[in-house]
Design a protein around this ligand. Structure first.
Ligand SMILES: Cc1ncc(C[n+]2csc(CCOP(=O)(O)OP(=O)(O)O)c2C)c(N)n1
Ligand SMILES: [Mg+2]
Length: 598
């Protein structure tokens, strides 16, 4: 091996990435990766972002791939650098996001001998990658050179489908690491082979098509059952293209739609007659209808009421069918059927199969009651929520209602885990079409700022809403936010700690001060000061109206704005409790008002 051969290999990796349609590459600095980084820097078709911290880089790449649906490459040096990618790789694996992770390594002669910055990187990510391949140290020879390109193309294809996710490519590299030009005839001949190999390459992963017979069976079950609902948890941004098909299915069957914010079905225009049950989680469990059929789409819903309702559905013998993609989703182990495969394809197949069937809409008494029960429960919960919000104007629920309403059409909303993703479901729906980004693969509170910054790669402004602990967890993400390509507004809901825990039984288990210290963990940070120190615009919004104004301004101007939003500590729980308590009172009030207006 010569330095010139190594340079050729690295250049071929860079060319092949671009030839295969990879556009974005997130690099972290180091020495061992030098040949590759030097080659990437000379490939004009690649958009390079360099971020110092590999954990942040991993989440930035995850966010970019999640928002664009395109594979993003990651490049780091040897040693612990590669280990910092793990959380983002786990999320990418579980949520089906394509990443091409290129880890530079020491060559075999420097392994297991105490050489600096050398660890065992082979299969470092275990089963969280779709595949791991090792290019081996660069060696002369035409077949070896062609195999570099082939292995890259194989890895990118694997990352793209049929079950998209991360892949690892190991690159053992030798000193000298700096680029070198061919000097011998043999090297020149290999260089001309590399030039001949270059050119567009077609990436063609197989599609994960759902089983047509199972879809036909489900279509027949739906056509025969007028008492059903469509439930949708988190789905990727591209599922927005299937929104019309889901609404058409709902129109055909008369099924109400329980669409969580992350489903891509919640926002956007709603046809007359469509029944959306936005307030599912604010309907007292006893008032939740028990349909005979549930069509469940996407990731497990986040609503607090969901597990209990699932249990009651199972007891009632409800036929629940799950269409959630490549992975098994049936947390209650009670589904009638799980049809694996692309959800958009499944919806299209289902719509086509139902087209040819007579759909039973001739409501019997039970069905008429069920439809009325959903409409009534939703109306009562909506009214109760409005009243509960009036009583808690400084709650995070009020803050989030104003925040989401301030996001213009075409912008994206990224929902942080813990309470934000749940609370948005209590207050927002319809309106302008906006895509929603979620991190529900492993549901971590980590890397949310970095991944929202990465999401700006899609070109649209992004509003990230996240909790104060989540903000503290990803302060380093603010450095990545400097690389945002479109306006990024970060709304920090400061309820003084992880207030989701205040709704869990541990909060009532008499832990005393230990509860605050070990569960709530209020970060006691001033997010605006932290943001300003790290180069972001910063502002504090103490009222929902101020937050809305700040968000609208932030999304209209380039750069990053952190909006610190102090809210009452218990507001989210207070509003939900008050809404649940008011459910019945509101009904009688409305009835009385209606009567007096007549
Ligand atoms: C990486 C990671 N660490 C820990 C957790 C456990 N966890 C879930 S919610 C939460 C607290 C989040 O607090 P905050 O961001 O302030 O949101 P809030 O609960 O107040 O809505 C923690 C620590 C997690 N989900 N992911
Ligand atoms: Mg909090």
């Amino acid at each position: 091996m010569t330095a010139a051969i190594q340079t050729l290999w690295a250049e071929l990796v860079a060319t092949t990435l671009a030839d295969a349609g990879v556009v974005r590459c997130v690099i972290s600095p180091g020495s061992r990766s030098t040949p590759l980084v030097a080659a990437l820097a000379c490939e004009p078709r690649l958009e390079l972002t360099t971020l110092i911290d590999e954990r942040t880089a991993g989440f930035f790449a995850l966010g970019a791939a999640r928002a664009t649906g395109m594979p993003v490459a990651l490049v780091c040096t040897s040693g612990t650098a590669a280990a910092h990618y793990l959380p983002a790789i786990i999320e990418a694996s579980m949520a089906g996001v394509p990443l091409v992770v290129l880890t530079a390594d020491r060559p075999p002669e420097l392994q297991d001998c105490g050489a600096s910055q050398t660890i065992d990187q082979v299969k470092l990510y275990g089963d969280f990658v779709r595949g791991a391949s090792d290019l081996g140290p660069p060696s002369p020879g035409e077949l070896a050179l062609r195999a570099v390109r082939r292995k890259l193309v194989q890895a990118i294809t694997l990352a793209a489908g049929p079950d998209p996710g991360p892949v690892q490519i190991q690159l053992p590299l030798r000193k000298p690491l700096e680029p070198a030009a061919p000097t011998s005839d043999a090297e020149r001949s290999l260089a001309s082979l590399a030039a001949r190999l270059a050119g567009p390459v077609r990436i063609a992963p197989p599609q994960l098509a759902p089983d047509a017979t199972a879809l036909a069976e489900l279509a027949a079950a739906i056509a025969a059952e007028p008492d059903g609902v469509i439930v949708a948890g988190a789905l990727p941004a591209r599922f927005a293209a299937s929104r019309a098909a889901v609404l058409a299915l709902a129109a055909r069957t008369g099924y109400p739609i329980l669409a969580e914010a992350g489903s891509q079905l919640r926002f956007g225009p709603r046809p007359d007659g469509a029944v959306f049950v936005d307030h599912f989680d604010l309907i007292p469990p006893g008032a939740l209808p028990l349909p005979r059929l549930v069509l469940q789409l996407g990731a497990e819903p986040v609503a607090a009421a969901w597990p209990g309702w699932l249990g009651r559905l199972a007891d009632a013998g409800t036929a629940r069918w799950v269409l959630a993609g490549a992975r098994w989703h049936d947390a209650d182990s009670s589904a009638r059927g799980v049809i694996l495969g692309d959800v958009a394809g499944a919806i299209a197949g289902l719509a086509a199969a139902i087209d040819g069937l007579a759909v039973r809409r001739d409501a019997d008494a039970h069905t008429a009651d069920a439809a009325a029960a959903w409409r009534d429960a939703e109306a009562r919960a909506a009214a109760a929520t409005t009243a509960a919000l009036d009583g808690h104007p400084r709650s995070e629920t009020a803050m989030l209602r104003a925040a989401i309403a301030a996001v213009p059409a075409g912008a994206a909303i990224q929902l942080g885990n813990s309470l934000p993703i749940r609370i948005v479901d209590h207050i927002a729906g319809g309106g302008a079409a906006r895509s929603v980004l979620t991190q529900r693969g492993a549901a971590g509170i980590d890397g949310l700022i970095a991944s929202a910054a990465g999401a700006t790669a899609a070109g649209a402004p992004v509003l990230l809403v996240l909790g104060d602990v989540s903000f503290a967890h990803d302060v380093g993400g603010l450095l990545a936010a400097r690389a945002a390509r479109a306006p990024l507004a970060i709304l920090v809901i400061d309820n003084r700690g992880g207030q989701i825990f205040a709704g869990l039984p541990i909060a009532r288990a008499h832990q005393g001060a230990a509860f605050e210290r070990h569960w709530l963990t209020a970060p006691e940070l001033d997010p605006a000061a932290v943001a300003a120190a790290l180069g972001a615009r910063a502002t504090t919004a103490v009222s929902p109206a101020a937050a809305a104004t700040a968000i609208a301004a932030a999304l209209a101007s380039p750069g990053v704005t952190v909006i610190h939003a102090p809210v009452t500590a218990s507001g989210a729980h207070d509003v939900r409790r008050a809404a649940l308590d008011r459910f019945d009172t509101q009904t009688s009030l409305r009835a009385a008002q209606g009567a007096s207006h007549d």
